[in-house]
Design a binder for this molecule. Sequence first.
Ligand SMILES: [Zn+2]
Length: 490
Amino acid sequence: MKKPNPVKTVLSVAACKLTRAALRRTGRGGTAVPGIVAMKVERNILSAVSEGMKVVLVTGTNGKTTTCNMIEHVITACGHDCLLNRSGANLLHGIASDLISSADWRGKARYSYAVLECDEAALKQVVQFLTPAAIVVTNLFSDQVDRYGGVQNTLKEIRTAVQNSPASTLVLNAEDPLSSSLAFDSPARTVYYGLESSVGVQGDVDLADAGVCPKCGTAYEYDYHIYAHLGGFRCPKCGLRRRDPDVAVTAIRGTGADGSTVRMRVRSGAGTVVEEPAVAEAAGAQSVSAEAAGTGAADREREVHIALPAVYNVYNAAAAVAAAIALDLPADRAMEALSSVRSSFGRMETFDLNGVRAQMILVKNPAGCNQAFTYVTSTDEDYSAVLILNNRTGDGVDFSWIESTDYEKLCADPHLKKIYYGGDRAEDLKDRLLRAGADPELLTPAGDYTELVETLAREGRTVYLLPNYTGMMDMRPALCKATGTGDFWE
Ligand SMILES: [Zn+2]
């Protein structure tokens, strides 16, 4: 990396901040353009503004935004200031805009930490310009095939980035054969997180993305499954297998609309230990024993409350604790912080529509959508579902993923009382729902979102909103207007 020129650095930062301010004044969120302008002035500006800052890059198919949100919350709870790219602009220039704008006018970092969501394909570009302290890969599933050329290609892109970042600690999902394979040929320090077989979760198994060992091509055998291709995999021929996680969820005690209570174990020697047990601010976080929490000699296991529901958020929470360990932050404090984490933009975000609870879950690929259905159908109250399907550039033009998504599971749930369907592909969605066995009586076109929100509030039944990305962007203003919630860049 060439050293940035000090004069150009100042000019580049000024260009970024002024462009951003001008775009906002004209009412645009303005995300990539300020970064493009700044990098034209000084190509290596990112190395200047990230100097002395510990940067965490979070990539993967599902859970990026929530995991970032949790890691930022954990870092803040440990007493540090932290930048988060809340705008969701996760390509190189969007990341550049957020990072450069956060620096002072001389180009010096004002935060000690930054947690940056990074698109899978953009990761290798970003690491050309800055050296992250940690790279978190949540999981890899088929997603937007038309854009990435398949999950194996995505893995290849991430592998290139990882190989060019030997100084960065890897944080990997132990049960995902794809993302965990990133460490198999890397000298980087790795922190694994995962769910043990003892949690007893068994979702839908789908090995289409990752059925065979990348080293010898033999079909994996599984000791247990979590969902899709996540589980206790091992290759019977060459021995490649799931590694024991440093942060392991050993049991899920309870799950509900307000979160999950789990038991989490941190391997001894993984990360630093809080000398004095921090004051538990919420009921959920309690040490198993003072000895286990304080000495660091034994594995530390404790009950942890995660203030976001669904099994996939248990994974995201374990990833956040693993990231804290990668950053040498105290694991105990990280676990405690999970009890007060809040949902982010469109991910389990809850809206109160005149006393009616409406929960928004962004869905954009079969693995994520099936997990959302697992959560929705696990509750025991009646509800309406709002399904929105667009196929614009931000979503992937190819929407054939709905064919391999388990709508049958949703449609078979007796608590489902009404399905509103909408978006550019509303008719395709309706057709898919009917083939999945939906009762035609339950199907209603979503229509105008403002009117829909009014209707939902009147009906008085819990609502699950399941849009894909641009669908969420279309629908959210109506929800914000009805509830007085702010826009995402505020
Ligand atoms: Zn093998």
